[in-house]
Design a protein around this ligand. Structure first.
Ligand code: HEC
Length: 160
């Protein structure tokens, strides 16, 4: 009786051990998978600011050479007399003087301070999603163009 019980027991233990090993390997694999996934997510999150900071904008920004071409391509169709942005807000961007005059409520540019300048706030969608400029453009203005406008405002919004 005893020996046969002993053999069965040893076999049973072996089977249990194998089963436990399989379960252990399975969970270890799952864990490695989720760690890899987590690692990927962390790397992706870390690279977002890294990417943002790699946007290089040249030192001195010129209204004539850098800023006006952007306003011309992305804003003027609506923001000059006859355009719906002008009709609604009064903001005409066809000249430096009219741009600095702002909307019917007042100036949209505070020289030296891009953060509180309305023109930057609406481009970055910080006022309200419904008045993100350029109006109706999905995705908004490209990051490097926003940086040019911000830098120009921060450098004093000069007519240069
Ligand atoms: C497709 C037309 C259109 C384009 C393109 C457009 N806008 Fe506008 N914009 C509008 C309209 C319409 C309003 C009025 C929004 C409102 O008050 O509801 C407006 C209002 C504004 C205002 C005033 C917001 C306020 O606080 O009253 C600013 C500043 C502005 N736009 C900047 C820009 C800039 C900068 C660009 C280009 C990057 C641009 N817009 C492109 C249509 C446009």
């Amino acid at each position: 009786m005893m020996p046969s019980y002993g053999i069965r027991s040893a076999k049973y233990e072996m089977e249990m051990f194998e089963a436990a090993k399989t379960i252990y390997i399975f969970f270890k694999e799952q864990m490695m998978k989720s760690l890899t996934l987590l690692g990927g997510v962390i790397i992706a999150l870390l690279s977002v600011p890294a990417l943002a900071s790699t946007i290089q904008v040249k030192g001195d920004i010129s209204y004539k050479d850098d800023v006006f071409p952007i306003l011309h391509d992305y804003c003027l169709s609506c923001h000059q007399p006859g355009g719906k942005g002008f009709e609604k807000s009064g903001l005409d961007m066809s000249t430096y003087q009219s741009l600095m005059k702002g909307t019917k409520f007042g100036s949209v540019i505070k020289p030296g301070d891009s953060f509180t300048s309305i023109i930057i706030q609406v481009i970055e969608g910080r006022v309200h999603e419904s008045i993100k400029m350029p109006f109706g453009m999905s995705g908004g203005l490209a990051r490097d163009k926003i940086e040019i406008l911000k830098k120009w405002v921060n450098q004093g919004a000069k007519n240069n």
